[in-house]
Design a protein around this ligand. Sequence first.
Ligand code: TRP
Length: 453
Amino acid sequence: MTGDSAPRDGFNSKFGVIAAAAGSAVGLGNIWRFPYVAGENGGGAFLLIYVGFILTIGISVMLAEFVIGRRAQRNALGSFKKLAPGKPWWLIGLMGIVAAFVILAFYSTIAGWTFEYLIQAIGNGFSGKSTSELNQMFADFQTSTFRPILWQLLFMVFTASIILAGVQKGIEKYTKLLMPLLVLLILVMCARSLTLAGAGDGVAFLFKPDFSKISGTVILEALGQAFFSMSIGMGALITYGSYIKKDNYLPGTAFQVALADTGIAILAGVMIFPAVFAFGMSPEAGAGLVFQVLPNIFEAMPGGYIFGVLFFLLLSVAALTSTISVLEVVVAYAIEELNMSRKKATIVFTVAISFLGILATLSFSELSDFEIFGNGIFANLDWLSANLLLPLGGVFIVIFLGWVLGPKAIADEVTNGGSRKMRLFKAFLFIIKYVAPIAILAVFLYGIGVFGK
Ligand code: TRP
């Protein structure tokens, strides 16, 4: 089945589109990655730069991806082939497929941790433990060999089984219901975190920018987090864009998804940082941060048992609605370009990615001594995707849209053939043609220290 011989599968309703795209954007990136990266990069100043990037570059790249995907009606690689036949632009799509491997490999490690914590919550495993005992519990789990891999592989199986079911029946169905519930739960936990003794320091850490903390590294990390959190730069939203109906107003969709994604990241910060300071922990704890902090909050709240169970359950679901969008990039490519069946494509690539994933997980245990550039495999995959592959993909995506596809086709797509008006159209064109490519490249070069420290 190729794209031309059968009607393409697609999202059925307007809310389905938002739910699927927001389901992709909202995930561990918001709740696990945002707090740990913000914590390591100074808090308030980081947040400010991060939000600035989302409002300018982030939303623009997101809209660019929707436009490319819906225009071409193809997967992330095929879209470039179709819109620029005979030219090498499809290499952007290829880079996206590489990025999908990298992201899924380390993301599934953390999703596996979420499963472990769900089981711990169900078994009342946090109960009566002090902050230091909870830290130890995390360290013991993280450095063990088999359990983290088992959970990771189980998570990959879940991801694959949703992808097997196809776009409408798989992706759309699961995302509609569960996201709102997750937000509700986070709000409750924010309330508890904010009322802990000593919470004020955490609020100040997140919202009072200390501009002396800003450096090239901090700015690059903020850009990388914006790309990662919004699911942009590797064609996930090109792929989803190709499933969006012609009457959907793409600028509105991009805006709403960006708003939801950013709002939930900030809420996650409000949930985590007051508790970090109240329990005397360090915001710079790294990738384990939320797993070490959250059980303390559950321990300190009435109904903590049930909230703990629900929270890790919904976090697992949020992770799933994100990973399906990553795997779908690869599977849609394999179906349309390599003529594989959905089943075969899903199985082949899930297995291939899982091998890389196991290495990422083992880098916390057996392979912890194996370092490249002074970091383990996990940290390298995390850095490589967010801070290199996604921003670079973003540069090429906006250049392609602005300079190859051109203003007429873009206008046609964002206004649905002239039936809608896009108010900021000129600004959008200016950003994708000039601002975004230059700014992203400058941030990257500054971040890796090319202009000196
Ligand atoms: N944005 C997701 C999160 O925050 C992760 C994700 C899903 C992603 N699809 C992506 C990241 C595509 C980059 C590119 O958890």
